[in-house]
Design a protein around this ligand. Structure first.
Ligand code: HPA
Length: 287
């Protein structure tokens, strides 16, 4: 196994820190079809993953493979346009790396987005699900291997990965934007892919308590929990999960549907970022 040390990640972070003018405290990871948020950034500094030492490289279609730094409204942000998945061939341990680099850059709050299939029969395509918790019963933890004590404890708490204050803020901002008719809150169930699930798996996931299913996010949010980054997660419901309807699933359809909701999620994310109070522990009281 490759030796992942603090120095290993610091090398990537130092490269980034040498190229940006302001250290952001907020990071956003963009899921499939959600690249539009990066277009709204002003005073952009773009850093290609290819140039960053020790950095993983994007292989997933539609994932660009670059960090975009700059201002979203008044706030300085770091946007990952292109994320990494286990199905690309990366180990769970490798998938810790982008989040650890964020930590060393100075990130305190992480907003993660993804495309997901609806397991909950009350959901509909086009809904946005705030992630209140996740289930990952397969594979091991991204924190497997020697612990890096400077980043976090060997055994770490996962009770509040998806910070209740951030969930409350997201709900109140969605309300302010009149998005209540498409807003859900539920449990994200991780399946590693790249295959979509079988109808029998989806029935099992429903019994286990999953509301939406997807192939990303949890390695990132577990790593964030380990190193003390607060998380807000948003799933864009791009399809009903396998077997809920008689339709077959296709990656292309998921992407096309995703594009229709992407603008709404981008509006919500920008509004949430505007209302984050990064000085006073993240959440600005709303009037
Ligand atoms: N399953 C897994 N991942 C997904 C799905 C799904 O139905 N839709 C979008 N990403």
């Amino acid at each position: 196994m490759e030796q992942y040390t603090l120095e290993y990640y610091q090398k990537s972070a130092d490269y980034i820190l040498g190229r940006i003018t302001e250290r952001p405290k907020i990071a956003i990871i963009l899921g499939s079809a959600l690249g539009g948020v990066a277009d709204r950034v002003e005073n952009k500094i773009t850093i290609s993953y290819k140039n960053i030492p020790n950095m993983l490289q994007s292989t997933a279609p539609t994932h660009k493979g670059e960090y975009v730094f700059g201002k979203l409204g008044q706030k300085s942000v770091m946007i990952a346009s292109g994320r990494f998945h286990h199905y690309e061939g990366y180990s769970y341990e490798q998938l810790a790396s982008p989040i650890r680099i964020m930590k060393l850059v100075g990130i305190e709050t992480l907003i993660v987005t993804n495309a997901a299939g609806a397991v909950n029969l009350n959901y509909k395509v086009g809904d946005i699900m705030l992630i209140e918790d996740h289930i990952k019963l397969n594979g091991h933890s991204p924190m497997r291997g020697p612990n890096i004590d400077e980043l976090g404890s060997r055994f770490f708490d996962c009770t509040y990965i998806y910070k209740p204050e951030l969930l409350a803020l997201a709900r109140s901002r969605a309300n302010a934007l009149n998005l209540n008719n498409i807003l859900q809150q539920g449990v994200y169930y991780f399946c590693p892919g790249p295959n979509f699930e079988t109808p029998a798996e989806i029935r099992a996931i429903r019994v286990l308590g999953g509301d939406a299913v997807g192939m990303s996010t949890v390695t990132e949010t577990l790593t964030a929990a380990h190193c003390g980054i607060d998380v807000l997660g948003l799933s864009m419901i791009t399809n009903m999960a396998a077997g809920v309807t008689t339709d077959s699933l296709s990656g292309q359809d998921v992407l096309e549907t995703g594009k229709k909701t992407a603008g709404t999620i981008a509006d919500l994310i920008c509004d949430i970022v505007e209302h984050l109070d990064i000085k006073n522990n993240h959440v600005k009281p709303t009037a």
